[in-house]
Design a protein around this ligand. Structure first.
Ligand code: ZN
Length: 607
């Protein structure tokens, strides 16, 4: 027999910190008092929430499934979690970097509605998605407009040393803090040099012979290698410098027979590098800004306008900048510093570097505000036909309307590591739904087995939401195989939230390899795992997962009746009748998934 579960050392939780670009062991800011249940180790987490001017796209919701999985993992590891998600109802411009209009003011004008009504409507829509995806309620939903007085105080505290005033607002001078942009890995100085390289390579003196031309290019490249090496020493973005050096150093001496060929390759790679570097630092100019990366922490209402949302301040009537909001609310609710700040990878470029700059200024230190900064990658759809062409906006409600249970989308998110891109397709979502159905059927089978063996309904050792690894160890003192499934699960989830591998343990516990264990032990293992993954495996039923497509023109009972007749026809090898019945269903908006051995599966025939 294996080691007793209780003897296994608790694995440290390792998380990828975007700030250092490395895996770090989670060390709480408030470690508590070991052995004193009244003073548990804490985990304080802040997640950038939605700007409530529109329905959340399912890609946006990926960020909250990720933050929820992180929070659930911290709880399961025994930390007392305080999670904050903010609601941005003011100050987020149509461009992240201080250009364009306020997203909410714009939506309100277009819809001729009060901005407060817009904010309420979309906040509720967001909360409905949170519920549908079984994302746990955070300790606080912080609403930006509730914190405006604190935002003004914060801005006043840093204005003299770090800001300057323009007609359009109060701007943060990004050169007043150390290492601005270290999170994004940007370096304006490097971009400047890259542009100079581009100039030198393009503006070739006329009348050069072939040999002279080669020497010209070669010496230009050598000059720049030296310059890049020099500025690399002090740059916050060493990775980019290395990348550029790698491109430049590939050029052989002019006498080499490969010179022309390698030079062509260099210009191609360099062109791509420049394009990306320019894209990353593309920031719309605002008249009078001292540096392109400077940003507004307070936006004044133009004298000729009135805004629906505006407040008096030392800089006139106006509204706080989006970046300021998160610095203020995270400190107000979680203290300074707190443990983990999360957001979508797009925030790594502008929003979070700006939060960090403000935090450095306000704390008069180099502290970024959070010990660990974590970012989830994008949801992508490569076929390009996802939503736009059909005019459908890809939101959770659309998935439900098409007959997909929303937790199929949660499972789909968990199937990819949060730092990888997640590719969306309807086929992929269908496969995720099938996988979820199999899991739920497996749980139902185990429950039936338990009932048969013990003549009583199975009940978990702990209620949903209350499992921790320690409690599991206490409930399973005998050190059996199911404990090892949880140990493996623990290893995977502790390794930067490897949910995609951790989830395989569900199938192993359900599979024939776990047959020697009692149904109850297996169910308890699944309950502990599900507290982290949030798929509601123990409470969902098969019937719950059958969502009737909105476009279906017949009732669920009618669908089932036709399916039964079709099954009989197939059993009798009457394929003509079977096909006719399938056509009848398709005409009614229902697609039968013949490939699915579950048999009872149907869903909307998507376009
Ligand atoms: Zn934020």
């Amino acid at each position: 027999m294996g080691a007793r579960m209780t003897d296994a050392p608790a694995l440290p939780l390792k998380l990828f910190n975007s700030l250092t670009r490395s895996l770090e062991v989670f060390e709480p800011v408030h470690p508590g008092v070991p052995g004193d249940p009244a003073k548990p180790a804490e985990a304080r987490v802040y997640s950038c929430g939605p700007t409530v001017y529109n329905y959340p796209h399912i890609g946006n919701m990926r960020a909250y499934v990720f933050a929820d999985t992180l929070g659930r993992t911290l709880s399961y590891k025994g930390y007392k979690l305080t999670h904050v998600i903010n609601i941005t109802d003011v100050g987020h411009l149509t461009d992240d970097a201080d250009a364009g209009e306020d997203k909410l003011e714009k939506a309100a004008a277009e819809k001729a509605q009060s901005i407060w009504d817009i904010a309420r409507h979309y906040t509720e829509a967001y909360w409905a998605d949170v519920k549908a995806l079984n994302i746990r309620q955070p300790a606080h939903w912080s609403i930006a407009t509730d914190y405006v007085p604190q935002m003004i105080e914060f801005a006043k505290a840093i204005a003299d040393r770090h800001c300057y005033e323009l007609d359009s607002g109060l701007y943060f001078d990004t050169t007043t803090v150390a290492d601005y942009g270290r999170l994004a890995g940007h370096d304006p100085a490097l971009l400047k040099i890259a542009l100079q390289i581009s100039d030198r390579l393009r503006n070739v003196p006329s009348d050069l012979s072939d040999a002279e031309l080669k020497t010209y290019f070669y010496s230009a490249v050598q000059d720049f290698i030296e310059t890049v090496e020099e500025i690399r020493e002090t740059s916050p973005a060493k990775r980019l410098h290395s990348e550029l050096l790698d491109i430049l150093r590939k050029l052989p001496e002019p006498a080499s027979p490969d010179f022309t060929n390698d030079f062509m390759k260099l210009t191609e790679r360099f062109g791509k590098f420049l394009e990306r570097a320019e894209g990353e630092s593309r920031i719309d100019p605002v008249d009078g800004k001292r540096h392109p990366a400077d940003f507004a922490i307070w936006r004044k209402t133009p004298p000729t306008e009135t805004r629906q949302m505006e407040w008096p301040s030392p800089w006139g009537m106006g509204a706080p900048g989006w970046h300021l909001e998160c610095s203020v609310m995270s400190e107000a609710l979680l203290g300074f510093p707190f443990d983990i700040h999360t957001g979508g990878i797009d925030h790594r470029e502008i929003h979070h570097p700006n939060e960090i700059a403000q935090n450095q200024a306000h704390s008069c230190s180099d502290a970024s505000g959070a010990r660990i900064w974590m970012h989830n990658n994008f949801l992508v759809e490569r076929s390009g036909k996802m939503s736009k062409s059909s005019g459908e906006f890809l939101r959770v409600q659309l998935l439900i309307d098409k007959g997909y249970h929303p937790l199929a989308y949660r499972l789909m998110c968990l199937q990819a590591h949060y730092r990888s891109e997640l590719e969306f397709s309807w086929e992929g979502l269908g496969a995720a739904l099938t996988r979820l159905k199999r899991m739920v059927m497996g749980v139902e089978r185990l429950k039936a087995q338990h009932l048969e063996a013990s003549s009583s309904q199975w009940s978990p050792a702990y209620p949903a939401g209350e499992w921790t690894l320690q409690k599991f160890k206490d409930a399973m003192p005998s050190g059996s195989i199911e404990a090892n499934n949880l140990l493996q699960f623990d290893r995977e989830i502790s390794n930067d939230l490897g949910a995609q591998s951790a989830m395989l343990e569900i199938e192993l516990v359900l599979g024939p390899g776990a047959k020697k264990q009692s149904a109850s032990d297996r169910l308890n293992t699944l309950a502990a795992i599900d507290d982290v993954l949030g798929l509601q495996l123990l409470s969902l039923s098969r019937a719950d997962l059958r969502v009737r497509p909105k476009a279906a023109t017949i009732t669920e009972a009618e669908i089932e009746a036709i399916l039964t007749r079709r099954k009989e026809a197939r059993a009798a090898k009457d394929f003509a009748a079977s096909d006719a019945l399938r056509d009848e269903l398709v005409a009614a908006g229902v697609e039968v998934m013949d490939g699915d051995p579950l048999g009872w599966d149907w869903r909307l025939n998507a376009d």
